[in-house]
Write a protein that binds this ligand. Structure first.
Ligand SMILES: *Cc1c(COP(=O)(O)O)cnc(C)c1O
Length: 368
């Protein structure tokens, strides 16, 4: 097996150079508008609104869904703090829901137990690019009358049952931080079919200017979370490379998983039936004792991974939140036992061979 060649980076330089030659761009419109139009067209949705980060996309989307003080929003504990911070900023309360270790999907029984009269929305998080069943999500949301704002920060290019990640809910939120498949260094965008949500997000990212139809500019306090023009130029060039970037990531992930197929103590977590996974991160279940220490050991040996390098823990146990009465045990099990290797488009076959070698040796020698 061999990897496709890495996509050419020359278009990135060309697009940024074109952008710089038009600066200062007081209207802030050229590359931003091009990126938004092309993103919406390529992703098959009515509107894309570019912002300064994935966090800002979630903030704008949740605000557009009317989330505010006193509201409760269901969030999987299987996520990063960035999913939750915008809720707090809006005065809402995150209510953490467990996930099912067998599927990585939300535990809808746990979610149903946690619905109250104040619950307004649910944020499914497609962590590691994996996507839960959109049918179960839609049924749950409609039964309880909830808005759906997807955290698709890692999930560009993933689909399940022909439904693309980020295009299932009221709004889908993407990050373009370095390390995501579609990157601009820092940046993000949200997607929606709703003109009302898009207009709210455009106002929200720029101090309520332009205001949505029928409202006065600056008549509400909002944020500056605009995407800078040179970053929009990078985003546009990468958007055009996206099919190649996704193909490469899928091939890298498959390559590493194949190389580790015969290693005892590790088994690949494979996508569900009907899931077209973007291969964001090679995922392996660690069946050794002391799995978290093993992931940390691999990080020290130069194999970057979610738990070992970034200390990913269930969000309900993070210090900004009250200590949970019943912690999300399925989530803890998933995070303790999952090795999620962090890849970039620069990782060559030689890098992946090296990772496989380090992982195989470390597994054989593991005695915690
Ligand atoms: C990266 C990421 C975010 C936040 O995106 P930023 O651009 O860093 O603000 C949110 N959720 C998930 C799952 C992410 O991976």
């Amino acid at each position: 097996m061999s990897l496709p060649p890495p996509p050419d980076t020359a278009p990135l330089l060309r697009e940024v150079a074109a952008c710089l030659s038009a600066m200062p761009d007081l209207a802030g419109s050229g590359h931003l508008r091009m990126f938004e139009e092309e993103a919406a067209r390529r992703l098959g949705i009515a509107h894309a609104v570019a912002v300064s980060s994935g966090t800002a996309a979630l903030h704008a989307a949740l605000s557009a869904c009317g989330i505010g003080p006193g509201d409760e929003v269901l969030v999987p504990a299987l996520t990063v703090i960035m999913t939750v911070a915008p809720l707090r900023a809006l005065g809402a309360t995150p209510v953490f829901v467990d996930s099912d270790p067998a599927t990585l999907d939300l535990d809808y029984k746990d979610a149903a137990r946690k619905v109250t009269a104040r619950t307004r929305a649910i944020i499914p998080v497609h962590l590691w690019g994996r996507m839960g069943d959109p049918g179960s999500l839609a049924a749950f949301a409609s039964e309880h009358g909830l808005a759906v704002v997807e955290d698709a920060a890692q999930a560009v290019g993933t689909a399940r049952n022909e439904q693309s990640a980020g295009m299932v809910g009221t709004a889908g939120c993407f990050s373009m931080k370095d390390g995501k498949i579609l990157w601009s260094g820092e940046g993000g965008f949200l997607t929606t079919d709703s003109g009302v949500v898009a207009a709210h997000a455009r106002a929200f990212r720029s101090h309520w200017q332009p205001a949505p139809p029928g409202e006065a500019p600056f008549s509400r306090l909002a944020t500056n979370s605009r995407l800078a023009a040179p970053l929009a130029a990078l985003a546009l060039a990468n958007l055009r490379r996206l099919p190649d970037l996704i193909e490469l990531r899928r091939a890298q992930t498959q390559y590493l998983l194949t190389a580790l197929e015969q290693v005892p103590g590790l088994s690949a977590l494979t996508p569900s039936a009907g899931e077209e996974w973007n291969g964001f991160s090679p995922l392996l279940r660690i069946k050794l004792s002391g799995p978290r220490a093993f992931a940390e050991h691999l990080a020290q040996q130069g194999v970057p991974n979610s738990t070992g390098s970034f200390r990913l823990v269930p969000c309900d146990t993070r210090s900004p939140f009250p200590r949970p009465e019943q912690p999300c045990r399925g989530t803890a099990e998933i995070l303790d036992r999952t090795l999620a290797v962090v890849l970039t488009e620069r990782d060559t076959q030689a890098t992946l061979d090296h990772y496989a070698d380090v992982i195989a040796r470390a597994t054989a020698a593991w005695a915690p």
